[in-house]
Write a protein that binds this ligand. Structure first.
Ligand code: PLP
Length: 363
C-alpha cells in the first residue's frame, strides 16, 4: 500500500505521517485489545480517557505549557472559533484589536461584525495584496485581546516573531502552523487550530486557553459555545470527535518520539522551506508571491510565467506523484504546502521536478 502513496502537498486536509496512518490501520479493528474499533468505543470508557488525557499531556509537554493553560478539543473547525472568541471575550463594553493578514483574518473580523462587536483593525497588509506581515501596529491599550493569524495559508506569509502587545493577550489562529515550531507561550492568551493541516484529520479544533483569559469570559452563552464548558468537562460535555482526537494523539506521539519535539521539527521545516525558496531564488521562472521576510515555512506560494504554464505544471506534477500543488481558488497560481508531515524526500522530488519542468519550458 505504502509504495502507491504520492507526495502530498495539499493545503488541508493534508498529509499525515505514514507511521501514524499505519498505526491507525493496524489497530483499527481491535483497539488496544478491546475487540472494538476506536470509532466504536464509548467516550466515557477508561480506554478513551487514556487517549484524550495522553493527547493533552503531550500537548503540554511539547509546548511547555504550565498549569495556567487548558487544552481543549472543540468541533466546528477554526471557523467556529472566529465567532466563539467574540462571543466569549467581547461582552458589553469590550473591544479587541485584529490584524488583517488575509482571507482567514478577514473572516475572523467578519464574525465579530456580524455580532456587532466593536473591534479595531490594528494593522493590515491589504495594501500589497496581503503579501507581507505588517510590522507597525496601532494597538489599543483597552483591547481585551489582539487577534492574529500566525500563518496565512492562502497567501503564504507567516509571523516569524510576534508583536509586543504590552501584556495584552494575543489570540492566534494557528491552524496552518500549529506545532510546527516552539512558542513562548507567555504572550498568548489563546491559540487555536483546525487539526486538518498539521496535527490530524478535520472535525477537531484544538484550543489552548489561559485561565486568566477564560475567567473574563461571558457567562450567559449556550453551553456548547462557552469555553468554560469544555474546560470543566475535559472537552467531554457531549460526545467529542473521538477518532479525530485519537489521530491527534498519535501525531503528537510521532512529534515527540520520532521527530524529537518542536526544536527538531522547526529545523526540519526550515530545511524543507529553504530547499524550495533557495531554488526559486536562483532564477526567475518561479516567483514566490510572499515578500521575502514574511515567507511561510508551511505554505510556499508561487507563480510561473503564465497561467497556461501553471496548469501544465500542476498537471504534470500530479502525473509524477506530486499532488496538491494548485494554489487556492481565490488567488490561483501554485502552492506547495509543506506541513510537519511533508518529508524532505518529497520536497527534494518536487525541486527536481521543478528544475526539469523549467528546462523543458524555458522559451
Ligand atoms: C489559517 C486558517 N484559519 C482558519 C481556517 C478555517 O478552518 P476550518 O475549515 O477548520 O474552519 C483555515 C482553513 O484553511 C486556515 O488555513
Amino acid at each position: 500500500m505504502a509504495d502507491k502513496r504520492i507526495f502530498n502537498f495539499n493545503a488541508g486536509p493534508a498529509a499525515l505521517p505514514l507511521s501514524v496512518l499505519e498505526k491507525i490501520q493496524s489497530s483499527f479493528l481491535n483497539f488496544n485489545g478491546s475487540g472494538m474499533s476506536i470509532t466504536e468505543i464509548s467516550h466515557r470508557s477508561p480506554l478513551f480517557d487514556e487517549v484524550i488525557n495522553d493527547a493533552v499531556a503531550r500537548t503540554k509537554r511539547l509546548l511547555n505549557l504550565d498549569d495556567r493553560f487548558h487544552v481543549l478539543f472543540v468541533q466546528g473547525g477554526a471557523s467556529l472559533q472566529f465567532a466563539m472568541i467574540a462571543m466569549n471575550f467581547l461582552g458589553r463594553g469590550k473591544t479587541a484589536d485584529y490584524v488583517n493578514t488575509g482571507t482567514w483574518s478577514t473572516k475572523a473580523i467578519k464574525e465579530c461584525q456580524i455580532q456587532n462587536k466593536p473591534i479595531h483593525v490594528a494593522g493590515s497588509s491589504e495594501d500589497r495584496h496581503f503579501s507581507y506581515i505588517p510590522e507597525a501596529l496601532d494597538l489599543n491599550e483597552e483591547a481585551a485581546y489582539v487577534h492574529i493569524t500566525s500563518n496565512n495559508t492562502i497567501k503564504g506569509t507567516q509571523w516569524h516573531s510576534f508583536p509586543d502587545t504590552k501584556g495584552i493577550p494575543i489570540v492566534a489562529d494557528m491552524s496552518s502552523d500549529f506545532m510546527s515550531r516552539p512558542l513562548d507561550m507567555d504572550q498568548f492568551g489563546m491559540i487555536y487550530a483546525g487539526a486538518q493541516k498539521n496535527i490530524g484529520p478535520s472535525g477537531v479544533c484544538m484550543v489552548i486557553l489561559r485561565e486568566d483569559l477564560l475567567k473574563t469570559a461571558e457567562e450567559h452563552l449556550p453551553s456548547m459555545l462557552k469555553y468554560a464548558t469544555y474546560a470543566a468537562k475535559n472537552s467531554m460535555y457531549n460526545t467529542p470527535p473521538c477518532f479525530g482526537i485519537y489521530t491527534v494523539q498519535l501525531v503528537l506521539q510521532w512529534l515527540e518520539e520520532e521527530i524529537g519535539g518542536l526544536e527538531a521539527m522547526v529545523a526540519l521545516n526550515a530545511k524543507k522551506a529553504s530547499l524550495l525558496y533557495d531554488f526559486m531564488d536562483t532564477g526567475d521562472f518561479y516567483t514566490p508571491t510572499a515578500e521575502k521576510t514574511s515567507r511561510s515555512l508551511m505554505n510556499v506560494t508561487f507563480r510561473l510565467p503564465s497561467e497556461e504554464l501553471e496548469q501544465k505544471f500542476i498537471h504534470q506534477a500530479a502525473e509524477k506523484g506530486l499532488g496538491g500543488l494548485k494554489g487556492h481558488r481565490s488567488v490561483g497560481g501554485c502552492r506547495a504546502s509543506i506541513y510537519n508531515a511533508a518529508t524532505v524526500e518529497g520536497v527534494k522530488a518536487l525541486v527536481a521536478f521543478m528544475e526539469s519542468f523549467e528546462k523543458e519550458n524555458l522559451t
